[in-house]
Design a protein around this ligand. Structure first.
Ligand code: SF4
Ligand code: SF4
Length: 332
């Protein structure tokens, strides 16, 4: 099975319960950024640029756990910045797991090996390591001469310690997909459990040079779709068909709400119009109809998973063919 059974069951139960209760807008994954502090300065990173003035700030552990309680999403992505630099990272992981939620823990891998001294595997815990290419490419994008070797060493050690590991790869304009195929072959051989792949999107804070435009995304992701027949790529087939230009999806900006040191970021993970003090304020006060492709010019090129993977869930109940494709994909 592509996703862990427990995660599948918990997500299905949550989605069915919301559908049964007639809840129209509900989140799937909370993106929690307890700090934007990072030990790297990657070329394509919007976060360290957008939040440059508040990089050193941290959420308190209480604020983090209150946010986890406020937002009903069954999955919490702990991200940043580099979340291993967060002072209360240990307490945060324990607190989220104690609430029986699932954690995707995103890291650039630089501190991973050291963290294994205190981190313990858990059925609801997945490490998600940022890998943007083979050695030369990865080191160039992460602007660190040994980022690749350090991350690979951390992944090997984490697999030996029994962790579930996924990696997360951004496809930029210049990404050579043969190299990504080589990377996935290497990582599969090390026992990595799955690969998340997303198109690079031009954050307001970064500029456009690195990023793909819609037509380029469609071309590159036709190759990624072929690759998904050989590697355990975790993006859903419907989302991949959307990226290839074969399927239309409307954005679901509330699907992956983001909480960080400044509050609840609205309208989405990528663009910021304001930060609200509470999850409820964000859900009730954001004018969701203003956002999405064709509605806001900042959305024009966006095909990001944080906006469109939740749309796959909204679409699933409408078509048995899509549902069947999803079941087969998940069981493979
Ligand atoms: S590791 Fe992540 S948070 Fe840090 S600079 Fe790179 S992309 Fe940004
Ligand atoms: S289309 Fe992209 S940028 Fe626009 S609201 Fe949706 S996720 Fe955000």
């Amino acid at each position: 099975m592509r996703f862990p059974l427990k995660l599948n069951l918990d997500l299905t139960h949550y989605i069915v319960r919301n559908a049964f209760r007639g809840v129209e807008k509900f989140p799937l994954v909370l993106m929690l950024e307890p700090t934007h502090l990072c030990n790297l300065s990657c070329s394509g990173c919007g976060r360290i640029r957008e939040y440059a003035a508040t990089l050193a700030e941290e959420m308190s552990l209480e604020e983090c756990l209150r946010s986890v309680d406020e937002c009903p999403a069954p999955v919490v992505t702990i991200t940043g910045g580099e979340p291993l630099l967060y002072t209360h990272v240990h307490g945060l992981i324990d607190g989220v797991l104690a609430r029986k939620k699932h954690i995707y823990f995103c890291t650039n891998g630089i501190l991973l090996k050291d963290a294994l001294e205190w981190m313990r595997p858990h059925p609801n815990f997945t490490l998600n390591v940022h890998m943007d290419g083979m050695e030369t490419t990865h080191n160039r994008i992460l602007e660190h001469p040994n980022a690749f070797a350090i991350a690979i060493e951390g992944i090997r050690a984490a697999k030996r310690a029994g962790f579930r590991i996924w990696t997360n790869t951004t496809i930029f304009k210049e990404t050579d997909l043969k190299e990504i195929d080589e990377l996935f072959t290497l990582l599969s051989g090390m026992g990595v459990d799955g690969f998340l792949v997303a198109p690079g999107f031009g954050y307001e804070a970064v500029g456009e040079k690195l990023f793909l435009e819609r037509r380029e995304i469609e071309r590159k992701f036709r190759e990624v779709f072929e690759m998904s027949k050989r590697h355990r790529i975790l993006s859903t087939p419907m989302y991949l068909r959307f990226l290839m230009g074969e399927k239309k999806l409307e954005c679901t900006p509330w699907g992956n709400p983001t909480r960080n040191t400044q509050g609840w970021k609205a309208p989405c993970y990528l663009i910021t119009d304001t930060h609200y003090p509470s999850y409820r304020d964000m859900m009730e006060k954001t004018d969701w109809d203003r956002y999405g492709v064709g509605k806001d010019e900042r959305c024009a090129q966006c095909m990001m998973h944080c906006g469109f993977e939740p749309s796959v869930v909204r679409e699933l109940g409408k078509n048995w063919r899509d549902m069947w494709e999803m079941i087969v994909w998940n069981l493979k």
